[in-house]
Design a protein around this ligand. Structure first.
Ligand code: G6P
Length: 369
């Protein structure tokens, strides 16, 4: 077991550091810069349905549900199909309107989550096409699906998902571009441009991992607090949700993820000198709005930690701490921005003496209700 962990103290840390390689593996053979095409073997028999789809439903639980929210953003942006994302556990117990023209994308690392399986069965009964994004080859969810795109992240041992999440996001990005290419909602030059940028993402992920040391210091400060707020907008919002989930799962610090603009509708009441607030504040369409949210937090003596684009001078002035990540197309932001959040949670949990790889009360895969 020690051997498998290599030089890492925990599986979770090893898995965080594996991410650039895994994302690369995940794209291998699926991106072809010469031809400028995305090929996804698991979807090749469903191009007709994907072309005709009027609506896509995404179901999943936990971290997989967060990946689904990112998928929604990407599919709507590039393929221009309306997407709804649901907790599998909620979907299965209402009376959802779903039919033969619908495509359901089930996302699951393990492929064995009971609620996701039940949601798939319900969608199948109603005639929908089931596609899945899964990590474990041959598990129940791929077997129940009409088509599957595997994440190829290898076994994930840490209970809190890290590398499986970035692999899911990579696959969903490829799926969104694949759908866009089939539906003709993207030009071939746009497609080549995006694929070219995507193929450089792993070296940027490596750069983010190199900020490790600075993150450790910030984690030390966070570990002393009982609460933490994560805020982001647009595609940064699901990243904030995932950051909050990681922190509560392994360090037991109460954490909430919120869309930054919703802060004024509730969470702002919680802000004082004892509330660290982590902002996804990278350069992008909502940058200026996020800056004003940060100013509102500072005016209430909150502690601001900003995930910022390299070289951002404004944030250096107004935030208490800044974690820099390389500039990236907004659509690929989650693959970079989630890494410092995973590291923050990891180090905060270690400093609090928590069992990082096997947090209390949690299971790697929830196979019963
Ligand atoms: C459990 C795990 C989470 C995971 C969720 C969904 O709660 O602890 O890390 O995100 O199940 O699991 P799945 O295997 O379906 O992705």
């Amino acid at each position: 077991e020690e051997l498998e962990k290599g030089n890492f103290e925990h599986y979770m840390l090893k898995e965080i550091f594996e991410q650039p390689r895994i994302v690369k593996d995940c794209m291998r053979g699926r991106i072809d810069l010469k031809v400028g095409q995305i090929s996804l073997e698991g979807l090749k028999n469903h191009t007709k349905q994907l072309k005709a789809a009027k609506r896509i439903l995404i179901v999943g639980c936990g971290t997989s549900w967060h990946a689904g929210l990112i998928g929604e953003y990407l599919i709507e942006e590039y393929a221009r199909v309306p997407v709804e994302v649901e907790y599998a556990s909620e979907f299965r117990y209402r009376n959802p309107v779903i039919g033969e023209d619908d495509i359901v994308i089930a996302i699951s690392q393990s492929g064995e989550t009971a609620d996701t399986i039940a949601a798939i069965n319900l969608a199948k009964l109603n005639g929908a096409t089931i596609l899945s994004v899964c990590n474990v080859v041959g598990s129940s969810i791929p077997r129940l699906s009409d088509g599957v795109v595997y994440t190829h992240a290898g076994p994930e041992i840490g209970v809190a998902s890290t590398k499986a999440f970035t692999a899911q996001v990579t696959v969903l990005t490829l799926m969104a571009l694949f759908m866009a290419q089939n539906r003709g909602t993207i030009t071939s030059s746009q497609l080549i441009e995006l694929q070219t940028e995507l193929s450089t993402i792993t070296s940027k992920m490596q750069t983010v991992l190199d900020v490790n040391k600075a993150v450790k210091e910030i984690a030390k400060r966070i570990s002393a607090f009982g609460n933490c707020l994560f805020l982001g907008r647009g595609i940064g919002f699901p990243v904030a949700l995932e950051g909050a989930l990681k922190l509560k799962e392994i360090s037991y610090i109460h954490a909430e993820g919120y869309p930054a603009a919703e802060m004024k509708h509730g969470p702002i009441a919680l802000i004082d000198a004892n509330m660290p607030v982590i902002f996804i504040a990278t350069k992008g369409p909502s940058y200026d709005k996020v800056i004003s949210n940060i100013q509102e937090v500072k005016a209430r003596k909150g502690n601001v930690i900003a995930i910022a684009t390299e070289g951002d001078k404004i944030l250096k002035e107004i935030a208490d701490e800044v974690i820099e990540i390389p500039a990236v197309n907004e659509c690929f932001l989650p693959l970079l921005a989630v890494i410092p959040l995973q590291l923050l949670s990891y180090y905060a949990a270690v400093m609090r003496g928590c069992n990082v790889d096997q947090p209390r009360n949690l299971a790697k895969s929830v196979t019963v209700e």
